[in-house]
Design a protein around this ligand. Sequence first.
Ligand code: URA
Length: 432
Amino acid sequence: MRMVDIIDKKRNGGELTKEEIQTFVDGVVSGEIPDYQTSAFLMATYFKDMTDAERSELTMAMMKSGDHLDLSSIDGIKADKHSTGGVGDKTSIPLAPIVAALGIPVPMISGRGLGHTGGTLDKLEAIPGYTVEISEKDFLKQVQDVKCAIVGATGNIAPADKKIYALRDVTDTVDSIPLIASSIMSKKIASGTDALVIDVKTGSGAFMKTLDDSRELAHALVEIGKGVGMDCMAIISDMNQPLGNAIGNALEIKESIDILKGNGPKDITDLVLTLGAHMVVMAKKADNLDDARKMCEQTITDGSALKKFGDMVAAQGGDRNVVDHPEIMPQAKFKIDLPAQKAGVVSKVAADEMGIASMLLGGGRQKADDKLDYAVGIMMNKKIGDQVKEGESLLTIYSDREDVDDIKKLLYDNIEISDHAEPVTLIHETIR
Ligand code: URA
């Protein structure tokens, strides 16, 4: 079977067979299929989509391209959360220790930044010493002992996804339902979790811009999970403006610690508690969401979640002093405010462009092998619905260069001040 024929069939809208999909995945992993053909296949899939059967076959072929983690040595129901990616979305970082503080094992295998969105692993690497690459043996031991770990895909989890993910990032083929669904679910099935909550983002800063597309993605993810016997559900949450106030690696770690101290921004704290409550119910530690949410809140109030975060950081080689001294993370040379050009109500903060601004400052990758600047980013001082006076700071740019006129222009072009703002709904739907 020639790869060019498989590309041709997809390009013309045909439905690929299991064998054709297997040939593609095998060739990607072995290196037999060159990047230019993989890229062409990805672009064809982007435009022609895949049927449910193709989506499942692609997921399973990618999942089987590597190892399957056996978590059976860890006691209890293992619960995980995965997000489809957003701007300022650092929920995994406070969520894992909150849920783990309730005795629930959270084996989290996370990703790096993709497109304009940040990646949990990149953020955690802003903590001095923190390593996301640990052996499978150490990962299992850490989840058993500490109850949570946030790591990159260990050695050989879904190696097909590693290659495809990197190529999607640089070929503008990220926002495709079959490619996102197979990427997420191949890793999640291979990681062996029992229960999974998926946070599907919707809006300008998400890969799915409309509620309809987000709903379709959520259904695709949940169906693939259920098809292999996983307890799986999704929520659709808003990504029209950045989540929380911080965008940028070290800034987002600092905000995660604030959430764990009970001082986090309201929107992200609310989302973390909602996701946590679902995980607690799925892990059978509470009968209903209200009780589960109270249990999660209690881990913040009594400090157990913050301690758990410190334990996780230390177990992965990081400096747990970061909890009380976030300044041990890289610090930006310049902090530059963006003053409002008129008075009114903030009515739009385009999340994707805020993510791009942070990326252009050096906080994200423009090319697959770009090195990140952990210190840089943006702190939102005003969000949608906030009143602002002329000259008041809308946000602060954290930069290692003094001249940020290009960034300021991009930001001004993507923040609107009017006489009123539409209310923001944080959680749109729950899908089971
Ligand atoms: N997260 C993933 O793991 N894969 C995607 O394609 C998007 C978000």
